[in-house]
Write a protein that binds this ligand. Structure first.
Ligand SMILES: COc1ccc(CNS(=O)(=O)c2ccc(S(N)(=O)=O)s2)cc1
Ligand SMILES: [Zn+2]
Length: 259
């Protein structure tokens, strides 16, 4: 598969060359305009049931860090909200900037957060994650904004192992982590139909973007930026600005489960 990155030569503005769906009708991320979101009273509350014993390992895949979960049973699932059926958590990862002024993929009234967390779930109507990957109702991703404030002790558990996954391709075990601890108190959300925000950019994602951020300190953000895009032995490139900018809404409706 074609190599892509976030640089000027191979970054978001060039992805359409190898992934023409980059100019598709339901691309992500988007700029969310709260005043234009439609309150939908038929949206059910999000039901998030995570079993921390299903967390497996943490990997530097050259684009971000990713914490992967065992997904061979229904112990770590998402139901309710805008989705029908049961979606299993596969992995979570983040996108962040080179400074505290940018980094999130979704924006709210044009406001960028320094970081955005994505919890990736797949629809169990399909046999497995890879089957679900390119289906229009295949994935549901919960997006959580991180806002500069007090240090986040739950997030620190993830940052503490970054030393073992500094370079692309490095991974280490990461057991007994409960990603529920990375969610804000309120599960108020905006939702819309979109895509993966990285190649292959499949238009297979029901996005569920939480309105309330969680906190992260500036010092913690500096730890994200110590990760490398590059493999061990290569000229080191700081892993930062690994976010795609907002894409055209193309007539899509954004719904809210709150007024
Ligand atoms: C085997 O072939 C493949 C092909 C592609 C993937 C991508 N990985 S993925 O689906 O988890 C995601 C990519 C981008 C995500 S975002 N930023 O929208 O939450 S999620 C995995 C396996
Ligand atoms: Zn993502």
């Amino acid at each position: 598969s074609h190599s892509w990155d976030y640089s000027t030569q191979g970054g978001p503005d060039k992805w359409a060359e190898h992934f023409p769906i980059a100019n598709g009708a339901r691309q992500s991320p988007i700029n969310i305009i709260p005043s234009q979101a439609q309150f939908d009273s038929s949206l059910k509350p999000l039901k998030i049931q995570y079993d921390p014993s299903r967390s497996k390992d943490i990997l530097n895949n050259g684009h971000t860090f990713q914490v992967t979960f065992l997904d061979d049973n229904d112990s770590t699932i998402l139901t309710g909200g805008p989705i029908t059926g049961t979606y299993r958590l596969k992995q979570f990862h983040c996108h962040w900037g080179g400074s505290d002024n940018n980094g999130s993929e979704h924006t709210v009234d044009g406001v960028k957060y320094p970081c955005e967390l994505h919890l990736v779930h797949w629809n169990t109507k399909y046999a497995n994650f890879n089957e679900a990957l390119n289906k229009s109702d295949g994935l549901a991703v919960i997006g959580v904004f991180l806002k500069i404030g007090s240090a986040n002790p739950r997030l620190q558990k993830v940052l503490d192992v970054f030393g073992a996954i500094k370079a692309k391709g490095q991974q280490t075990t990461f057991p007994n982590f409960d990603p529920k601890n990375l969610l804000p108190a309120s599960l108020n959300f905006w939702t819309y139909e979109g895509s993966l925000t990285t190649p292959p950019l499949y238009e297979s994602v029901t996005w569920i973007v939480l309105k309330d951020p969680i906190s992260v300190s500036s010092t913690q953000m500096q730890q994200f930026r110590k990760l490398l895009f590059t493999s061990a032995g290569e000229t080191p490139l700081c892993m930062c600005n690994n976010y795609r900018p907002p894409q055209p809404i193309k007539g899509r409706k954004v719904r809210a489960n709150f007024k």
